[in-house]
Design a protein around this ligand. Structure first.
Ligand code: BGC
Length: 739
């Protein structure tokens, strides 16, 4: 993509963080059509005669700006509807992702000073065209948005009289410009404040009742020069005091100076993750709660899944999963929205991908991110554990993280049937296998390099980040899993997969020899918080072995019994971290132990999903006991209360409890194989597929279980009920009953 008549511009030295560029233009006649193209190495908003034409937030979105920058095209004809002779074009520029502080202290990762480029093309009534592009004739002005940084927050001063401080500087930016392909980031749900209270420390705090990513909008009237300043938090500490220690270096402060008239403030280029705000400055003694609203901000993904069951705590867990996704799908799939991180961590993205595609339509969202991932893959096939790559910080490839390159395209293919995207990703998937192959160097056991392992599992001593599971077991398990996906994808695309099949056999064979003895994993069984040394005998190892099919068929029963025993020894609780948790319930259900799977789902003592629900969580926690029973935080540096990874449990609820599995991509053909359990009383799922809404419900009645299904037109289903009876159905409504 090219601009015909525009140059990249940035602010002169010494300008405020968010400069406003302005240009008056003369119009030659009646405008028939007006089209604007704009982008930035930073973030921008564009105005015509002071009216904001940018219909989404945080434009141009986050890509690896070194490799590609998205350009937005807007039809702005309506802004020229009345005949006028002049118009004022202006562009507000912020540091955004490209030029802000990203991660721990990495400043200006992609460009030292933010820059923008824009071009307005007018087509007059006589057919003649005229182009107005950014260049050094655009003036630079101060404006009320005095300071803005993603992590640091925003300062706006409504008393500030805009001043011209010179002209824009033309700057050279080497960037490949591509058409916008992501889902725009938009304002979503509005959350009204629930309470204003004073903490034991004497601080005034507003509770919005829901943890979310977005910002607070303040609408107020007060004395000119009066101030409002606040910082966010996700939790209160054990004494009920405001706690934001887990934000690390992200100051997240919003400070607004009032004009004296009616004011409305909200950040332009910053967002926060929060449930509470602490008001540090307020222009009058009494705080008017009605001035404050929280606005959720997320990619404009359409809700596709709705679930309710007969257990209120599970319903709350589901709500937490939905809010976790909303909060972390902000142009790229991120880990968390609050601390100095908010990065495209591939591990988090892959474990949650299937759940994400049940909850919302994430096809377009992932297509963009997968294109980033493909572009960011290194020549030797390695994929970093954060995508888009943040220039200046190498996030090395890691098993279970970088495998997002195989797992996500496959999940997205299954959900939406996009063969084109799968074929675009296929070469990258194969290159990733080549990378691992080089690393394992003929041993078929992958143990080279740094790996996160079973991140935040609780079978290692309290406080450590990596769980007890032997990392090379995890690495090799994911090697085999990625290979199995490449084989499936290759088969769909008509590729010769014989080489991968042979390799997978060798990897599985080597895995068995290295990690399994007499059908069970080698080493000492690990229990919660006790394993000083890594071992192969953990809940995560057994879950991977069972779910990825890495053991011998004859040993399945023994392995399942061993997993159940480990769970029982741990007080019917999990010890799994990021890489075991998504699979543990599946491994149990797939091997006849729904009873234990449900017990884990419904467990209320940590580590468990319902522990955080009982502690009042409204989003998913990063750590199983981010706050323990005594109300203490487990760790200051790694303790997000809005991390969706463990929300991946919903793909078990959907796929096993409700029992919907795609047999053909896009749910054209499904298997419905419910695993009902009286402890949930009923489950009721409505799921919008590409063919229409699929409904599935089971209910425990006094004399048996009733099943109700609705299959949309164009789709068909194989229904297998717990009594073993099988039905082939197509469009229509069906009711069944089992004793
Ligand atoms: C992130 C995780 C991520 C991890 C890598 C953390 O800082 O928040 O979610 O996957 O690092 O282990």
């Amino acid at each position: 993509m090219k601009f015909n008549n525009a140059a990249w511009i940035s602010a002169p030295e010494g300008a405020q963080t968010c400069p406003l560029f302005k240009k008056q233009i003369c119009l030659r006649g009646t405008v028939k059509k007006a089209e604007l193209r704009a982008t930035a190495m930073g973030m921008y908003r564009f105005f015509i005669d002071g009216k904001d034409v940018t219909d989404a937030l945080f434009m141009p979105g986050w890509t690896d700006y070194v490799k590609r920058v998205q350009v937005q095209t807007y039809d702005v004809t309506r802004f020229f509807a009345c005949c006028k002779e002049y118009a004022e074009l202006s562009l507000l520029l912020g540091n955004g992702w490209a030029s802000a502080e990203i991660f721990v202290g990495v400043v200006h990762p992609y460009i030292p000073r933010a820059a923008a480029i824009a071009e307005l093309t007018l087509t007059y009534a006589d057919g003649k065209k005229e182009r107005f592009g950014t260049d050094k004739s655009w003036e630079t002005w101060t404006n009320r948005c005095v300071y803005s940084e993603l992590y640091m927050g925003e300062t706006q001063d409504a008393t500030l009289e805009p001043q011209r401080i010179g002209y824009a500087q033309e700057t050279h930016v080497k960037a490949k410009l591509v058409p916008d392909e992501g889902e725009p980031v938009v304002e979503g749900e509005i959350v009204y404040p629930r309470a204003l209270f004073t903490t034991p420390n004497g601080e005034r705090v507003i509770d919005f009742g829901q943890n979310l990513a977005g910002y607070v909008r303040v609408k107020c009237r007060g004395p000119r020069g009066g101030k409002i300043s606040f910082v966010p938090a996700e939790i209160l500490d054990k004494d009920g005091n405001f706690y934001n220690g887990n934000y690390r270096n992200a100051a997240n402060r919003c400070t607004y100076t009032l004009s004296g008239g009616e004011d409305e403030f909200k950040p332009v280029f910053s967002f926060q993750g929060f449930r509470y705000i602490r008001i540090d400055e307020y222009f009058s003694e009494d705080i008017d709660l009605s001035c404050f609203n929280a606005i959720a901000v997320h990619s404009d993904i359409k809700r596709t899944g709705r679930f309710v069951c007969g257990n209120e705590k599970i319903n709350q867990l589901y709500s937490n999963i939905i809010w976790g996704q909303r909060s972390n799908y902000i142009d790229v799939p991120t880990d968390c929205p609050q601390r100095d991180e908010r990065l495209g961590w591939t591990g988090d993205a892959q474990v949650f991908c299937r759940t994400a595609a049940i909850n919302f339509d994430v096809h377009k969202f992932f297509r963009k991110w997968l294109h980033d991932l493909i572009l960011d893959q290194h020549k030797n096939g390695s994929v970093e554990s954060v995508i888009p790559i943040v220039k200046g910080i190498p996030f090395y490839p890691a098993s279970g993280w970088s495998d997002a390159v195989t797992i996500c395209p496959w999940e997205i293919y299954l959900a939406y049937g996009d063969k084109q995207l799968l074929s675009e990703c296929y070469p990258a998937m194969c290159k990733w296998i080549e990378y691992i192959k080089n690393e394992e160097n003929g041993s078929y056991i992958w143990n080279a390099g740094f790996h996160f392992g079973d991140w935040l599992a609780t079978d290692a001593p309290y406080g450590s980040f990596s769980g007890a599971t032997d990392t090379s077991l995890i690495d090799t398990a994911f090697y085999a899993y990625s290979l199995s996906i490449v084989i499936k994808a290759g088969n769909v695309l008509g590729k010769d997969t014989s080489g991968y099949r042979a390799l997978q056999e060798k990897v599985v064979d080597a895995f068995r020899r290295k990690f399994i003895e007499n059908g069970l994993p080698k080493g000492k069984p690990a229990v919660c918080g006790s394993s000083e040394q890594s071992t192969c005998y953990t809940q995560t190892a057994l879950s991977l072995i069972l779910h990825f099919g890495l053991g011998e068929e004859k040993d399945r029963k023994r392995q399942t019994d061993a997993l159940v025993e480990l769970i029982a020894q741990n007080g019917m609780r999990m010890t799994t971290g990021f890489l075991g948790t998504p699979y543990i319930l599946h491994s149990l259900s797939e091997n006849g132990r729904d009873d234990i799977a449900y017990s884990l789902l419904l467990q209320e003592k940590a580590p468990s999903w319902l522990f955080s629900v009982n502690m009042g969580a409204t989003t998913m926690w990063e750590h199983w006991d981010g706050i323990n029973e005594k109300g203490e935080v487990w760790n200051k540096d790694m303790n997000s209360f809005n991390h969706y990874a463990y929300g991946a449990v919903f793909d078990w609820i959907f796929g096993k409890a409700v029992g919907i599995q795609p047999l053909l991509p896009a749910y054209e053909r499904v298997r419905i194989c419910p695993h009902p359990d009286a402890r949930l009383h009923f489950t009721d799922m409505a799921f919008d597929t590409r063919y229409g809404t699929l409904r599935a419900k089971w209910t425990f009645l006094p004399d048996g279980i009733q099943y109700e299904y609705e299959i949309p037109e164009g789709a068909c289903a194989e229904i297998i009920l717990p009594d073993g009876k099988k039905y082939e159905v197509s469009k229509g409504n069906y009711v069944f009953f089992t004793k």
